[in-house]
Design a protein around this ligand. Structure first.
Ligand code: C2G
Length: 742
């Protein structure tokens, strides 16, 4: 059985590489790959050369533009018994084709073998590392439910099983009309040729719908092959690498309407027509109407409405009679050409939903959000009020703390200071404390002129005219951030979209070195002012009285003055969480062993990341381990630490200002780097200390700390010059001058 895989390619070479690579790894190899090049601008010569050695690869240049034309060229050149359409940004699993071919052997001669599409944003290698069993099972369940619903929705109890399966797989597999797709199925080449089924080249986005309707018309024989997966990649970055269907052009909706019209005209049976109408109504009443309500682009709204309204107007009532009351009314209003009525209808529904959520969650913040918009935003902006927030209100620390203290010390009485702070630290200089997400918080978010945050502000924050947002951020990045993240676990499309909106509100962004400046511009897609003045949070590391501060702190924390100290400050893991912002942490460092080895000479200061919810149990280790996870400011802890052990945390960039030894306990390096995050610099070559993979390594390193210090001297100097030279104890001053004009 020979297969033909048809891949149209326009752009994003990196995805194509993953796609072709997945084909080389297929267990079943009797297939040709037809790569149709559609106005390609990237240089992919090398890629083609590589894969020509590994695959039966035909490369054809398309004279026209568009996926439809490219796929048609693929079809004309296909010599396989079956064709499989594969988009260049997607991929298959090792057993996908094998499973299809097994099905072809067991139930030979069918016109379609229907597989399953699974969506992900991971690149292939990371997808395979995930636990996919559960997710794939969930897909099966959704599909089975659809089957059960079929009779109910379409009065189709007496439709034969084959026809039902065809409709389910070709027209109802996705949630709505716009998602009807040819991807994931094997189509018999002769069948397509016999009935001249091709893609409509006058369209760009919605070419699969009429194609599948043509298929349905000719009563194909179908066999399901549900565990043959097609992996559809969601592009995680809708700004830099948008997918074709992510392009939000007005043209899309005009075309959606004409694709629908053409599908409907093609549909030969009433049942097929009903299915299409039902799909369109579902799309309008569940997705589109909400987007229309929320959009503030009147032109877009107008185009969407005017292209789809005539289609609904001519629709048979039968299409939506089985809908619930809300949806039915949506469609009826559209049918009656009452656009304002539709929007009112959906507004009511959304308000109701919101109330329900509010009651269910019983979270007061939902009420404060309403007050924020309808009451506090209407009050004037107070010109001397500054709202500070550090690590989501978890502690009094980081750059906001040092900016605050500088202002409070040097301009007493001039400003009103408010801190979003959830712990019971008493603020110096009489600053006012409010709980994060409290009513007062909402009030100050709306009315403070200045906002000084070290992380992302709430999504519901709306920037007001006259407000100044100073974003200090919270570390020189080793771990890749936002738009630099490839298809790793951390890179969810939602995260990227949210940060995009959040960073739009920042007026100033603080950076501690040239490297951060360059990186932040790119990773946040940030083009406003960057204050590359060093980190205010590191000012303390340059204070003249820093040794005195250290001794006092040791006394305060009852740390013996005659012992040396090791700080262990690891970061968090993206894949180990209980809830949003609440992460697990399993200690991989053998504290008991360290106590045994070094208890006479050292104490250990344990500091977990602010996201970590687990309280590390240190019973039995009293007098050796000091758990400082709840201590406000890690910069003060640096002052009392003789050695710092960390992993991938930005902690080492700051600690290096002290020029004291740093060790990296990177027991899960490969997973962290390759699957969870990705790094900016080479952790093997560029960091100022050794990578230690086991507890034995850690023990040895501490024993030989002087030797390591010597060995790493040169690397340390290079590192210091690259990352630490802006810090000199005066960053707060420089920032205050620039932002507050003082
Ligand atoms: N931190 C801490 N204790 C730890 C780890 C971190 O107090 N055990 C503080 C440090 O100030 C550190 C900051 O939290 O610089 C950020 O922590 P990271 O471990 O670097 O992780 P993350 O919060 O993901 O920020 O550009 C920086 C990145 O955004 C990383």
């Amino acid at each position: 059985m020979k297969l033909s895989v048809i891949i149209p390619f326009w752009k994003y070479k990196i995805f194509l590489d993953d796609c072709l690579n997945s084909l080389t790894l297929s267990n079943y190899q009797d297939f040709e790959t037809i790569l149709v090049l559609d106005q390609v601008e990237e240089d992919i010569e090398d890629l083609i050369e590589t894969y020509q050695k590994k695959l039966d690869l035909k490369v054809i240049q398309s004279e026209k533009h568009g996926v439809a034309a490219a796929r048609n060229i693929g079809l004309q050149n296909a010599s396989g018994d079956y064709v499989y359409f594969l988009d260049s940004d997607d991929y298959v699993l090792e057993d996908t084709f094998e499973l299809f071919v097994d099905a072809m052997k067991n139930a030979p001669g069918k016109d379609i073998y229907a597989g399953t599409r699974k969506r992900t944003w991971y690149k292939r290698i990371n997808f395979l590392e995930q636990d996919n069993e559960g997710k794939l099972e969930k897909l099966d369940n959704i599909y089975n439910k659809k089957r059960d619903n079929f009779d109910k929705n379409f009065d189709a109890a007496d439709v034969d099983e084959n026809k039902k399966m065809v409709l389910l797989n070709l027209l109802l597999q996705s949630k709505n009309f716009s998602g009807i797709s040819v991807l994931g199925h094997m189509y018999r080449t002769e069948f397509l040729k016999q009935y001249h089924i091709v893609f409509d080249e006058s369209m760009t986005y919605y070419i699969d719908q009429p194609f599948n309707v043509e298929m349905v018309n000719h009563n194909p024989q179908i066999e399901e092959c549900k565990n043959a997966y097609y992996i559809k990649r969601r592009h995680t970055d809708p700004y830099n690498t948008p997918a074709l269907n992510g392009e939000d052009t007005d043209q899309r909706f005009v075309e959606l309407a004409s694709s629908y019209q053409s599908s409907l005209e093609k549909a030969e049976s009433t049942l097929t027509k009903r299915v299409l109408e039902w799909q369109l109504c579902k799309y309008i009443s569940s997705t589109l109407i909400v987007r229309m309500k929320r959009s503030n682009n009147p032109k877009w709204k107008g185009i969407v409405y005017s292209s789809l309204q005539p289609l609904v107007a001519q629709m048979d009532e039968d299409a939506y009679k089985k809908f619930g009351a809300y949806r039915r009314k949506c469609i009826e209003l559209m049918k009656a050409d009452d656009q304002a009525g539709m929007i009112k209808h959906v507004t009511k529904r959304l308000a109701k939903k919101r109330l329900k959520r509010l009651l269910k969650k019983r979270k007061m913040v939902e009420i404060y959000k309403v007050l924020y918009v309808h009451k506090y935003m209407k009050k004037p902006v107070s010109k001397n009020v500054i709202l500070f927030e550090s690590f989501f209100g978890k502690n009094y620390s980081d750059s906001p703390k040092y900016i605050y203290e500088y202002l409070a010390k040097n301009y007493p009485g001039k400003y009103e200071f408010v801190w979003a702070l959830n712990n019971d630290t008493k603020l110096p200089y009489g600053g006012k404390k409010v709980k994060r997400f409290s009513k007062e918080y909402a009030y100050y978010l709306a009315t403070a002129k200045y906002l000084v945050f070290n992380g992302r502000q709430p999504l519901w924050y709306r920037k007001r005219e006259g407000q100044v947002f100073l974003e200090t951020w919270h570390g020189t990045p080793l771990k890749k951030l936002v738009f630099d993240q490839e298809e790793v676990m951390a890179a969810s499309p939602k995260y990227k979209m949210q940060v995009y909106q959040q960073r739009e509100k920042w007026d100033y962004l603080v950076s501690a070195n040239k490297f951060s400046t360059e990186t932040f511009k790119r990773c946040f897609m940030y083009d406003k002012e960057i204050l590359d003045y060093g980190y205010p949070r590191n000012d303390i590391l340059y204070y003249d009285n820093k040794d005195e501060i250290a001794i006092n702190l040791k006394k305060k924390l009852r740390i013996p003055l005659d012992k040396k100290t090791i700080l262990y400050a690891p970061t968090w893991r993206d894949d180990q969480s209980y809830d949003v912002g609440k992460y697990k942490f399993e200690l991989a460092l053998d504290l008991a062993r360290l106590k045994e080895e070094f208890g006479d000479e050292y104490v250990l200061l344990l500091r977990t990341h602010y996201f970590i919810a687990d309280k590390i149990d240190v019973t039995g280790l009293e007098g050796f381990v000091y758990n400082l996870s709840d201590y406000d400011d890690i910069a003060e802890i640096y002052l009392i630490s003789d050695i710092c052990i960390t992993d991938y945390s930005s902690v080492f960039f700051d600690f290096a200002n002290l020029r004291r030894p740093i060790l990296f306990y990177t027991y899960d390096l490969e997973k962290y780097r390759d699957q969870l995050r990705g790094f900016y610099i080479s952790i093997e070559d560029d960091v100022p200390g050794p990578l230690l993979l086991t507890n034995d390594d850690v023990v040895e390193a501490i024993k030989n700390i002087d030797q390591i210090t010597e060995e790493y001297q040169e690397k340390y100097d290079i590192f210091y010059d690259r990352f630490c030279t802006y810090d000199d104890g005066k960053a707060s001053e420089r920032i205050v001058k620039r932002v507050f004009g003082e």
